[in-house]
Design a protein around this ligand. Sequence first.
Ligand code: GAP
Length: 472
Amino acid sequence: MSEKNDVFEKIVSLAKRRGFVFPSSEIYGGFGAIYDYGHYGTLLKNNIRDLWWKAMVQLRDDVVGLDSAIFMHPMAWKASGHVDGFNDPQVDCRQCKARFRADHLLEDFGIDADKATIEFINAELGKLREAGKLKCSNCGSRDLTDAKVFSLMVKSNLGSPTEALSEENVVYLRPETCGGIYLEYKNTVNSARVKLPFGIAQVGKAFRNEIVARQFIFRTREFEQMEMQYFHHPSMTKEKYEEWKQSRWTWYALLGIPEDKIRFHKHEKLAHYASEAYDIEYDYASLGGFKEVEGIHARGDWDLSQHSKFSGDDLTYFDEKTNERFIPHIMETSVGLARLFLMVLDNAYTEEEVKEGDVRTVMKFPKSLAPVKVAVFPLLKNKPELVAKAREVYDMLKQEWQCEFDDNGNVGKRYRRQDEIGTPYCVTVDFDTLGEEDASLKDTVTVRDRDTMEQVRIPVAELKDYFAKNLK
Ligand code: GAP
C-alpha cells in the first residue's frame, strides 16, 4: 500500500474511532456512500460552516442569506437542464458487478472524455477493448458493458398514497442548492432591499445518485453544499469574477491551509452558457494529490433566463440609475462542506515522535475550528476535592467555549485522546490547586498546549482572559 493510501486509512480509522465520521447504517452492513457525523464531526463541520457564513454573509454588505426547501417544483429541474442532462456515463463489470464512470476509465488511458458524448465514449472504449487493454480494475475480467447514460437525479414521490406511485408525481431531491436561490431571487429583491450587484448565500443538503463513490466523504450521495450566487450587470462580470476568485482563495488561510497546498484549475471545456470557470483544488495527501474542493463559475444569464422561460414569470431587473431593464448575470461560488471537512482533517493529521519510540497522533486544527477548545481534568478521579474543583472550572469555562470534562485513565492518556480530537488546551486540577502543600499555588491550574505540549501554571481567576486571548 502506498504512503498516500496509508494516510487515507489512518484518517478514516481515526474519524470513526474518535467520533468524527461513521459509515451510515453500519448495523445493517452500511449504506453506499452515505455517512453520519458523530459528536466531534458535527462540531467541526459546524465550525467550518460558520466560518464560511461569516466570510460570505456576516462580513459583507452585499450578500444576504437564504434557507430554501430541498423539494422544489419539478419544472425547476426541467428548466435548469438537470432532468434531461444531469448524467454520467456508466460501465458495469458483468463478472463482479463493479460499476465505473466511463469517463474516469478513459482518463486512466489519457483520453479526455469530460462532457463527451456517449457515442464518443463507446467508440474509445471499443478501441481499448479491441487492443485488449480494457479490464475490470476490481476482478480483472474483460467482460465490461458498453457505457450507458446514468441520471444523477434522486427521485422521490409526494402526494396521496395512490398518486404518489404515478410518474407524474415524481419530485426530485435537489442535486445542488443553488436552484432554490434562483427561485427566490425575485422574492429577495422585493423583500431584502438589495440592489445589484448582490449575492444570496445558502448552506444545505444536496443529493446525487453518484455511480462511484469510494473516496470516503469526498464523493457521497447525500452531502452539504455552501453556495453563493452573485447577481450583477453583465458589464461587471470580469471585475467581479476576479474579486470572487481572490476572496475565495484567501478564505482558505482561515482554515489553516498553506498556499502551496491549493491551486486554481481552469476549466478548458465550459458549459455553453458559462464564460469562465475555475476550481480551487487541494492537495489531499489521503487521496493522492490535487482534487476539486470548490468551483467559481461565471454562469451568464442562463439560470434566470431559463426559469423566466419555463415559469412565465418576469425575472428581469430594473436599474433605476441607468433606466435599464435586463436579466442579471450570475457568478457562483460553490463548495462542498464534506470536501472542506476532509481537507481540514487531511491538513491537520500529524504524527510526531514525542520521545524515542513514542509517537503521538495529533490533529493540528486551527484553534477556531477545533471541535473542543478546552478539556478539563481532575488529576485523580477518586479524590472528591479534585473532582469538585475540576467540575467548577469546567462549569465556568463551558459558558464560553465547547469544553470537555475527562477523568478517564491517567492524565497522559487523556492528553493523547485530546490530541487526537485536536483540543488546543487541557487544564489539570491537581493537589497544588487545593493549596495543601504550597498556599501560593492555591487556585492555580496547569494549562497544557496541544502543539508545544508545554505547561504553564495559571490562576483559575485568569483562565477566561487567557483563553479569550489565545483561542482567537
Ligand atoms: N451549483 C454548482 C455545482 O453544484 P458542482 O461542481 O457539481 O457544481 C460544487 O458541485 C461543489 O459541491 C464541488 O466542488 C464539491 O465540493 C461539492 N460536491 C459535488 N458533488 C459532490 C458529492 N457527490 N459529494 C460531496 N461533495 C460534492
